[in-house]
Design a protein around this ligand. Sequence first.
Ligand code: 13P
Length: 261
Amino acid sequence: MSSNRQPIVSGNWKMNNNHFEAIQSVQKLAYLLQKDDFDAVEVTVHPPFTDLRSMQTLIDADQLRLKLGAQNCHSEDKGAFTGEVSPLFLSKLGVQYVIVGHSERRELFGETDEFVAAKVAAVLKHGMIPILCVGETLAERESGSTLDKVKRQVRIALDKRSNEHVKSMVIAYEPIWAIGTGKNASPADAQDVIAAIREEVASVASGPAAQAIRLQYGGSVKAGTIAEIMRQPDIDGVLVGGASLDPTEFARIVQYRRHAF
Ligand code: 13P
């Protein structure tokens, strides 16, 4: 990866870990990670909504360098949206990163590209950073439409966003067939798609925005696979699901540099 983009490793816990378990997990992670790790790599953790207040309190009290993230939010600040969570409320809880358009939201809960774009705008409006997820199904990959799909997802989500906002963002390429399946895109395949995403960002926003935006790979990332992924020139980090639930494994992922070179 390029030296002027800070690597970012994110743990998406999905619907796992209640607030007691979250505290234990983060305490263990904080114990395993050293100052050098945080100097080199930005680390974000995305627990379920019900854990956020406990995690915020722990991060503040122990002055942890972990960044707090959320897994989703609504596009509106408030209103008659039963069961939804406002981005404004997340910013008040010290959330800094919000995953937007995860494939599970798109595929299981019917989120459209347009709704995802509205959420990206809302997260940025409240001073947080969206981690925009894009990726293709196995059928789409086999029919050769991977690049069309992910470029469209990127284009719609970034449309009308300022260059400054685009620069601050993170995009995670998560091939749907690689999520939770133990299969992962080869590092070279992931690099090809991610390089195409960077080109798309250059055409929707600007060249400098495309150089600054950080691009992650996600899908069955493990401690044993991260080093090769991070050697790819356009890959700046990873979005980790299952392996982030084990603090020891997640810490080893964050520490990829120690066993990589
Ligand atoms: P897995 O690492 O469990 O495949 O999940 C990836 C993912 O969806 C992260 O958002």
